[in-house]
Design a protein around this ligand. Structure first.
Ligand code: SF4
Ligand code: FES
Length: 232
């Protein structure tokens, strides 16, 4: 099938303002949008800048706005988005070049929620035992690949760039509800501040955007409830 990619370009070294380039070529309906972008990069315009690595929905590096929706380019088939495909960088982020955005603020918010196991107690002789039910409490949020599709689709984050955002809360949730961890109070204190969970207005954009189908709004609700319960 003949496809036309309309691609956002920003090349500050040659042109001050952003613009769009169009590329038409033949592709298979079962090709992924990332295959099309790679075709452009390798055969039509080597100056196109984009991030990608694993090509299998694992690394989270190729989240882009595809026909206006945040998605992983390596997970979207061309037949599912049609022959006219507009590809733009994630919203609410500073564009460095073309489809590459500055991810430092995103990862800064990730680090702010202490996204690692915390437990100063001496380890038992064997592993720290956990029941099936205890593991289930945070199973969903272990799936996050830090692609930022959720955080960059959040209107509350667009309006308040200081908002930690859904991805950081998902990462915090993964440890707050881990029965082996002892850092929940520290994380809940951070998430209870002005830039934390109360900036969430339950819009659900994050849940719709997540390529791993994590129930993000539900997880944020569980963190909110935990903060309230711990205060009462
Ligand atoms: S929660 Fe989902 S959308 Fe958000 S960063 Fe993780 S994998 Fe990506
Ligand atoms: S290239 Fe790794 S998730 Fe798409």
């Amino acid at each position: 099938m003949r496809v036309t990619f309309k691609v956002y370009r920003y090349q500050p070294e040659v042109r001050e303002d952003p613009y769009y380039d169009s590329f038409s070529f033949d592709a298979e309906p079962t090709d992924r949008v990332l295959d099309g972008l790679n075709h452009i990069k390798w055969h039509l315009d080597g100056t196109l800048a984009l991030r990608r690595s694993c090509q299998h929905g694992i690394c989270g590096s190729d989240a882009l706005r595809i026909n206006g929706v945040n998605r992983l380019a390596c997970k979207v088939l061309i037949r599912d988005v049609g022959s006219k495909i507009t590809v733009e960088p994630l919203m609410g982020c500073e564009v460095i070049k073309d489809l590459v955005v500055d991810m430092d603020p995103f990862f800064g918010h990730y680090r702010a929620v202490l996204p690692y196991f915390m437990n100063e107690e001496a380890p038992p002789d064997r592993e720290r035992i956990q029941s099936v039910e205890e593991r289930e409490a945070f199973d969903d949020t272990t799936k996050c690949i830090l692609c930022a599709a959720c955080t960059t689709s959040c209107p509350s984050r667009w309006a308040n760039p200081g908002f930690l955002g859904p991805a950081a809360i998902v990462q915090a949730h993964r440890f707050i509800f881990d029965s082996r961890d002892r850092g929940a109070a520290d994380r809940l204190s951070i998430l209870g501040e002005r830039s934390g969970v109360w900036r969430c207005r339950t819009i659900y954009n994050c849940t719709r955007a997540c390529p791993k189908e994590i129930q993000i709004t539900k997880a944020i609700g569980e963190v909110k409830r935990r903060i309230v319960d711990d205060r009462s």
